[in-house]
Ligand binder design. Structure first.
Ligand code: FEO
Length: 405
């Protein structure tokens, strides 16, 4: 059965939703599923914008057939050549023998690498090119590294629709809703949108800034991303989130305390610190166990909060492995401009703290480290409470002051 939504005049969502996939990119859990968005423009020519992952390919094909009725599919625009949006290409080429594929030079290179039989059916476009399909004229804008190098976005100059590729997308299946104003985005979608952005595109903030600058000059009425809801209102809200995320600016003045604890003693320090901060009036305090929180959630948290406290046991004279992994991932995703605190624990040779300090200092950018670092030997005893209080004071004193405080 087809499952189609009308986006606006002449344009239809013909993608699919997947609740069965456990791990996106075989790494990111999908507790709320995921959507793969594909859009079909019914003009004098028919134009499909991107395809879907193989898991929902038959749904997309049925949707396309339903909207086309007896018409052929004339063009396929490939904005992003990552397989989760391209598994339908070969099937479409087989079903629609006159179909031509519009994309960038780099995208066609990838298409051949992935073995899609596209030769002889390609139309190569570059920055600023336009094509008219009847009433609608589409402009093509390059958006490299948002999130792969071949990416472009397409803008329908007739009705103000921006086909934004991975930009402005989110994890989460649509489940019947299509538009941002059909959901409570802030309550039900923001966390997954943040987790999607920070883990998938987070590394490429400067490139996201570049495409936002280009988008600022357009009269955008709809944003159609490849995952998650279509935006047709509240653009300021969305752009504010993207502005913060892509400039590594915290969204929330608050603290995430990430702890690594083997027997609960370091956890106890983290909990005590959280209680002290809350007593001092800090409204947003999150406590995360690095051992049972997926790293993608931790990455979303460190993008969100202004302050990060690392509380780690010493392990093999090093940083606890999962905490070390988090630091490496933060570096890979370019996390920067945060105020950090350090708590180490070690029963005979505490070492994790100095190693975390060195990593933040030497491997990462603009990380400001509070000088109230705390060493715990096995467990927190009353004679150390003053040092924990000093750390809490240091956090409170730098709240709202940014990483330069
Ligand atoms: Fe959903 Fe970068 O692909």
């Amino acid at each position: 059965m087809h499952c189609v939504r009308k986006v606006c005049e002449d344009l239809y969502w013909v993608g699919g939703n997947d609740h069965r996939l456990a791990l996106f990119e075989n790494i990111f859990p999908l507790p709320k599923g995921v959507s793969y968005n594909s859009y079909l423009l019914m003009d004098e020519k028919t134009v499909l914008f991107d395809t879907v992952d193989w898991d929902v390919c038959r749904q997309m094909l049925e949707n396309i057939r339903h909207v086309l009725q007896d018409r052929p599919l004339d063009y396929l625009v490939v904005n992003h050549m990552e397989p989760d949006h391209c598994e339908g290409i070969e099937e479409l080429l087989l079903r629609y023998p006159d179909l031509q594929v519009i994309s960038t030079e780099k995208s066609f290179l990838l298409m051949r690498q992935f073995n899609y039989p596209v030769d002889g059916r390609t139309i190569e476009v570059k920055e600023g090119d336009t094509m008219s399909f009847g009433r609608h004229t589409i402009a093509f804008v390059q958006a490299p590294m948002v999130h792969w190098p071949e990416v472009m976005v397409s803008y329908d100059t007739t009705n103000g629709v921006l086909f934004s590729a991975d930009a402005f997308g989110s994890f989460g299946a649509l489940d019947g809703k299509l538009f941002n104003d059909e959901v409570d985005f802030d309550r039900d979608w923001l966390d997954e949108a943040r987790r999607y952005y920070t883990n998938i595109v987070g590394k490429y903030g400067a490139h996201v800034q570049a495409i936002m600058a280009k988008a600022a000059g357009l009269d955008i009425r709809y944003i159609c991303p490849l995952h998650g809801p279509v935006w047709r209102s509240d653009f300021d809200y969305l752009f504010d989130k993207y502005q913060r995320w892509s400039t590594y600016t915290p969204e929330t003045d608050g603290v995430v305390i990430v702890y690594a604890s083997m027997y609960g003693n370091t956890e106890s320090v983290a909990q005590t610190l959280a209680a002290k901060l809350t007593e001092k009036g800090v409204r947003h305090v999150a406590v995360r166990d690095v051992s049972n929180t997926h790293f993608s959630d931790l990455i979303a948290d460190v993008f969100r909060y202004s302050h990060i406290i690392f509380a780690s046991v010493t392990y093999n004279l090093g940083i606890y492995p999962l905490m070390h992994n988090l630091l490496i991932d933060m570096k890979a995703l370019n996390v920067q401009k945060r105020i950090c605190g350090i708590i180490e624990n070690g029963s005979w040779a505490p070492k994790a703290g100095s190693l975390i300090h060195t990593f933040l200092d030497e491997e990462m950018k603009q990380m400001s480290i509070l000088n109230t670092e705390l060493t715990v030997v096995s467990s927190l005893r009353p004679d150390k409470e003053g040092e924990l209080d000093a750390l809490a004071e240091g956090i409170v004193d730098t709240m709202g002051k940014g990483a330069d405080a």
